[in-house]
Write a protein that binds this ligand. Sequence first.
Ligand code: TRP
Length: 334
Amino acid sequence: MEKKRILTGDRPTGPLHLGHYVGSIANRVKFQDSYDTFIIIADIQALTTNFDKPGRLRQDVLNVTMDNIACGVDPQKATIFVQSMVPAIAELTIIYANLVTVQQLLHNPTIKTEAVQYNYEESMPYGFLGYPVSQAADITFCRAHLVPVGEDQAPHIELTRKIVRKFNAIYARVLVEPEQILNPRLIGLDGNTKMSKSLGNAIYLSDSPAEVKRKVNSAVTDPARIHPTDKGHPEVCVVFSYHKTFNTEESTDVEERCRAGTIGCVPCKVRLNEVLNRFLEPIRQRRSELEKKPDELWDILNQGTARARAEGESTMALVRQAMKTDYFLVSRNC
Ligand code: TRP
């Protein structure tokens, strides 16, 4: 049986952090053997909030590529490609624009949250408001079945499904209605519900051991614990939640000792720092090897993009036929 297809990806806006690892890359590595995996480097989407800083894109496309590969995404198995180099995505975005209302986009909760973050509430670029439409094109141009993403992306997947149903009902059943696979979420160092670059509460995959140590020391712990012998509440502690994610074997022990007041926050952080650095060290090493070979990375992206373009062209042939815009392929007499 043919493998089902996955599409997922990132905006290239800087190096990736542990939140990206837990929230998406880990699943990419896990799924790449059993699914035909496409990973989009969404440079056009990155421009919707950074259109005045195009100079950063080139390096950030490489950053995201290196982070994925350093974490174990295998370019022999997964197709990694650049969004702006796939014309079908731009073409489908325009076609889908007719199938979506401005009101629908204005009510999208993720757009609302991000609009506050980027100061777009009063004056919102059309490209930003419309990026979920472009994301529907990212997902459907290669007829993906599954989209592993965090819950903040759920409104975009829902919109994609609506667009697909509308397209298929009006023109012909050529598009695949994708389903979301819900990825886990990692909280930020400050206790915010999400680790994120813009919130400044992230540990990056490329952070040095000294940076990781400094950040772990700054992580929010149970505020009710003043003395190391006070009984702790691990459920409100960022350090404990990282132990649970990255130090599974010891986490029950850490939890019990915290509750009993037999481990202080300082040794608990020291241990977490060791665990994180042990986890990050091989990633750092692979990443620093990759940094020396940008040509190989561009080759990987070039090959992945060629495959994505070919997929896009075959979808576009079906789309043009369904929409009756395949003018030059049908008899000229009618
Ligand atoms: N919006 C996603 C994010 O902010 C990135 C993205 C762009 C994406 N296109 C996609 C994710 C298609 C999944 C599928 O992280």
